[in-house]
Design a protein around this ligand. Structure first.
Ligand code: 13P
Length: 252
């Protein structure tokens, strides 16, 4: 049977000064030295290198929250794969719904960014998820399959070997509304089956699929206990050391 190491990732979004970020990771470092899950934090770009430095030699990895697909050049305001790698990132979140909503991210740009990440040996965390209107219109499967297939267009399972997918229903992000365990599991199964059909069963069995959207101490256990939920991508609750640590420790 395939065993997937659970991954608990904190997406800090546009939060924490460098000082606050360091205080948080120092607390996490001591709280989480022997948890069973793999732990990742995604600070802002400005705190990335300091956080990575502070976490050296620990079991906590660092992710960037986005990247631009070109390596270097005249792209004012952009940050590329070589730059985030240089700052100490191992992972990069790509296609978060807030990027899609506020920064014009599309499945086409998501695909370019995944290719850029892979070119520089960064592990992409591809975010997908439907809006409330799409869920109510019975479009979950169609939307998710489109986001996955377009996001991974022209990529092979060899290139994507370490890929992580995060299912984050847009209506559950920052709203306090979590998908029910049944809704989450159903969509995770749908994603895994689609990956099996597009690539192979073996690759689908290895793929880690995280759930994100109002994950907190109160609901993490029942979500993380599900067969196809391999971890969580956590926003609000990752900003507090005690809460994030309690979630990470709840992984059995
Ligand atoms: P919340 O946990 O604050 O709902 O955010 C989820 C998220 O967007 C993680 O990427």
């Amino acid at each position: 049977m395939q065993t997937r190491t659970p991954l608990i990732a904190g997406n800090w979004k546009m939060q924490k000064t460098i000082g606050e970020a360091l205080a948080l990771v120092n607390a996490l470092r001591s709280n989480l030295s022997n948890v069973k899950a793999e732990i990742v934090v995604a600070p802002t770009y400005t705190a990335l290198s300091k956080v990575a430095e502070c976490l050296q030699g620990s079991n906590i990895g660092v992710a960037a929250q986005d990247l631009f697909w070109e390596d270097f050049g005249a792209y004012t305001g952009a940050i590329s794969a070589p730059l985030i790698k240089d700052a100490g990132a191992k992972y990069v979140i790509i296609g978060h719904s807030e990027r899609r909503q506020f920064f014009g991210e599309t499945d086409v740009t998501v695909n370019k960014k995944i290719k850029a990440a892979l070119k520089h040996q960064l592990i992409p965390i591809l975010c997908v998820g439907e809006t409330l209107a799409e869920r109510e219109g019975n479009l979950v499967q169609q939307i998710i399959e489109e986001q996955v297939s377009r996001g991974l267009y022209q990529l092979t399972q060899v290139e994507l070997k370490d890929l992580v997918i995060a299912y984050e229903p847009v209506w559950a992000i920052g709203t306090g509304k979590t998908a029910t365990p049944a809704q989450a599991e159903e969509t995770h199964v749908l994603i895994r089956n689609f990956i099996a059909a597009q690539f192979s069963q073996e690759f689908a069995d290895r793929l880690r699929i995280l759930y994100g959207g109002s994950v907190k101490v109160a609901n993490c256990k029942e979500l993380l206990a599900l067969k196809n939920i391999d971890g969580a991508l956590i926003g609000g609750a990752s900003l507090n050391a005690e809460e994030f640590s309690a979630i990470a420790k709840s992984v059995a």
